[in-house]
Design a binder for this molecule. Structure first.
Ligand code: UDP
Length: 244
């Protein structure tokens, strides 16, 4: 049985980056089409309003804490997590051993053309990594089956599902049984970052745990969604005061 650390109803795996990578590589070798999710505080709050999303997240093979807020939350609740593992850092750390073993990745998500651009960048940055296919993330319901067939004939070791939350988590759970891939990971806006279309926060913001602030000033349209951040902090403190 997996022991997970509860943060407001989501069970997180307490792992170092190396442990998470080892687990992912063994799952890929087992080719079980399991999926990984990387919730941040915004997604934890979305889960509290959406039971389907909450089960999709909790049923994942690995639940990694994306965002320093989750790490602070777990500490405040008296059950610390080993470290923050953001989805994008995790994917980059995974691509190195995958490239050495000439393993393959299929990129699903983002606006038209972005997944291809991301694929070009990744295959030149991680020499040996095979890009076995790409598809944008704005397909219609009736195209779903043909996309699954394309993914299955490409038979990738890793499928990155970058459709944003809650779409990507629900899609992975819904389609896991039909998919023939090593492993899947739901990685939100990572293809926009890999392709160079969206810049990550400068290192100093990352170190200070202020990536969320950088995102807010760069993408003010996220402001409404980000009101979930103080709500998350209050909910954690409330839970702590109630003695959990
Ligand atoms: N996206 C997509 N299909 C959709 C809606 C969104 O492929 O139907 C993509 C969007 O283009 C972006 C990513 O999903 O690349 C969501 O990025 P965001 O930064 O919002 O990720 P989140 O914070 O939800 O993880």
């Amino acid at each position: 049985m997996k022991i997970r650390i509860d943060v407001l109803g989501i069970g997180f795996d307490s792992l170092s980056m190396d442990e998470a990578i080892d687990r992912a590589l063994s799952a890929m070798e087992g080719r079980s089409s399991k999926y990984i999710v990387t919730p941040n505080p915004e997604i934890v709050m979305l889960c509290r309003e959406n039971g389907e999303l909450m089960s999709a997240v909790n049923e994942a093979f690995m639940v990694l804490p994306d965002g320093i807020g989750i790490v602070h939350g777990a500490r405040i609740l008296g059950t610390p997590l080993k470290q923050k593992i953001s989805g994008i850092d995790f994917a980059q750390a995974l691509f190195s051993p995958m490239a050495e073993k000439k393993m393959s990745v299929f990129l699903l998500g983002a606006a038209e053309g972005i997944a291809e651009e991301a694929g070009n960048v990744l295959s030149s940055r991680f020499s040996g990594l095979q890009i076995s296919g790409t598809n944008d993330g704005f397909f219609k319901e009736e195209e779903n089956e043909s996309i699954i067939q394309r993914i299955n004939s490409a038979s990738p070791d890793l499928l990155l599902v970058c459709l944003g939350s809650p779409k990507q988590e629900l899609w992975m759970r819904e389609n896991a049984e039909k998919l023939k891939v090593g492993l899947m990971a739901g990685l939100g806006g990572s293809l926009d970052v890999f392709s160079g279309n969206v810049k990550r926060a400068p290192k100093v913001f990352q170190k200070l745990g202020l990536e969320w602030f950088h995102r807010l000033i760069k993408q003010p349209s996220r402001a409404k969604r980000m009101t979930n951040l103080p709500k998350f902090a209050f909910a954690v403190i409330g839970r702590r005061l109630k003695g959990k």
